[in-house]
Design a protein. Structure first.
Length: 509
């Protein structure tokens, strides 16, 4: 380094330029330039014994590392400060170097030796006995060069190694997983006795010491199928090793370098890849072609009849007293009056981005757009209307209330024709307000509405109330009339009574 510094100096570079070129501190460059070759060699040959500031704590550090070999230098530094308040002020790098020196001198490796797990080569499973399933994700590029993350479900038959994969551009839900199972079983033309899974949240809620608690959708689905779901223990990927290898194979052999366009195109390309490579080439472990082995295995699979075999997708959900249901962290409104007590429930089905709600008799109540967020209330303003009474009955009641008003039939006919979508709201307003309005004011308001072609219940009611309030105001401000009884000429001739002034003076005293 001394020769390099001097060589660059002879080429005309200054200290800062040499420092930048060689990655040295500027003070080091200055020191090297201040020494000739002889003095430099003498300086290098000197044995420099610097006193160790932490030498007296070596025994404490050694004991700590022997008891806990995994301790980091930062933890050792904290322990030193905790046990020795008078510890010298040193840089953390100094502590690190000291700890590493103690490790080397006493041969204390940092990492504890992991317990060796004993493996055994298990015999091949019987045909049709088992499949393994898992999820994966991968970052692809779209035609614009932007990154696009895709998610996939994959399943492999353990004996034949026949593989299947299904892709989508959103994370898998329980409903998506059920659909992916149906596609896999249709591809395999049957279902095995068992399917092994990792403990994924879209399939299982809790392990519960062996009493597995599955998600509602997957529980209903698997209970109607022939296969038995088996879940590996936590942090034990080796138990599901065949499908783990398939996940890596799909990423490295199919997805890597491929451009994302749309889900349908990706799945179509995957099926072609499976036929060509994934299931069409000799397997490195079995030395057999998976597709040819599957031709033997499919005869041992349980039949799969597509959608006829799937469980009824209508799921029961409890109705809250505010006429909503809670689905995946969001609240969806129901028509007013749906709630009929604590035991009220509705049936729910999700298709694509739509959520369908049915009554117990499976008649459609409402449809909502599925929300991908959480804590949202998805509303339908139509649900706030009271529909407990049929429209025909409501019309008959309103006609009965207005029957004594001459223009009521003409007004109602126009209202029915022009306000078909909001007819129930108009009728309910008239039914609620009409009893509190006198017929004469309702008649005046209706005449004004018909003449002005204003066929709206709110306009009718507000106008009638205005007339009624105006009438009441006039009555309250009228001059009161004084009634006079007796003979008027006699009253005019009569003299008023008088009092003496002395009477008022006495009262003042």
């Amino acid at each position: 380094m001394w020769y390099k510094v001097n060589e660059l100096n002879t080429k005309g570079l200054n200290k800062s330029q040499i420092s930048f070129e060689l990655g040295l501190d500027r003070s080091t460059v200055r020191k090297y330039l201040s020494m000739d070759e002889a003095s430099f060699m003498e300086w290098v040959s000197e044995v420099r014994h610097r006193p160790k500031k932490l030498k007296e704590y070596a025994n404490f550090v050694k004991t700590a590392l022997e008891s806990h070999p995994y301790l980091s230098a930062s933890q050792v530094e904290d322990w030193l400060k905790e046990h020795y308040p008078d510890l010298p002020q040193v840089h953390s790098k100094t502590v690190y170097n000291f700890v590493e020196q103690v490790r080397r001198e006493h041969q204390i490796p940092k990492k504890m030796q992991k317990a060796v797990r004993v493996y055994a080569n298990l015999p091949e499973t019987a045909y049709g006995d088992q499949a393994q399933a898992d999820f994966g994700s991968f970052n692809m590029q779209d035609p614009n060069g932007d990154r696009r993350k895709v998610y996939f479900f994959t399943m492999v038959l353990s004996r034949s190694r026949q593989k299947f994969a299904y892709f989508q551009s959103k994370p898998f839900t329980s409903a998506d997983t059920v659909d992916a199972h149906n596609r896999a079983f249709a591809y395999f033309q049957g279902q095995p006795d068992k399917v092994l899974y990792d403990q994924d949240r879209v399939l299982m809620v809790d392990e519960n010491l062996g009493d597995l608690i599955l998600t509602r959708e997957f529980q209903q689905y698997s209970s109607g199928m022939k296969f038995t779901p088996v879940f590996c223990r936590k942090a034990d990927p080796e138990s599901n090793g065949k499908v783990e290898n398939v996940v890596g194979f799909v990423k490295k052999n199919f997805l890597r370098g491929r451009t994302y366009r749309e889900d349908a195109s990706l799945n179509e390309s995957c099926l072609a890849w499976l036929a060509r490579t994934g299931n069409g080439k000799i397997h490195a472990g079995t030395k057999k072609v998976p597709h040819q082995e599957w031709l033997f295995e499919r005869g041992s699979l349980h039949p799969f009849y597509g959608q006829q075999q799937t469980v009824n997708s209508l799921m029961s959900y409890k109705v809250r007293k505010d006429n909503t249901i809670n689905y995946k962290g969001n609240f969806y409104t129901l028509p007013l009056g749906t709630y009929q007590g604590a035991d009220t429930s509705v049936l729910l089905k999700v298709e694509a981005d739509r959520l369908y709600l049915y009554s117990k008799s499976e008649s459609l109540l409402t449809v909502h757009t599925l929300s991908m967020e959480r804590g949202q209330t998805v509303r339908n303003t139509d649900h706030r209307r009271d529909k407990s009474q049929s429209l025909e009955t409501l019309q008959a009641e309103v006609y009965g209330l207005l029957k004594d008003i001459p223009l009521h039939r003409e007004f109602m006919e126009h209202l029915t024709m022009e306000k078909q979508r909001y007819l129930r709201d108009n009728l309910l307003l008239i039914k609620r307000k009409c009893p509190s309005i006198r017929a004469e004011f309702m008649e005046q308001a209706m005449r004004l509405c018909v003449e002005g072609s204003m066929f709206n219940a709110k306009t009718l009611v507000q106008t009638a109330l205005h007339y009624q309030a105006e009438s009441c105001a006039l009555q309250s401000t009228a001059v009161p009339q004084v009634s006079i009884s007796g003979n008027l000429p006699e009253l005019l001739d009569s003299q008023p009574q008088t009092s003496k002034i002395s009477t008022y003076q006495k009262l003042m005293q």
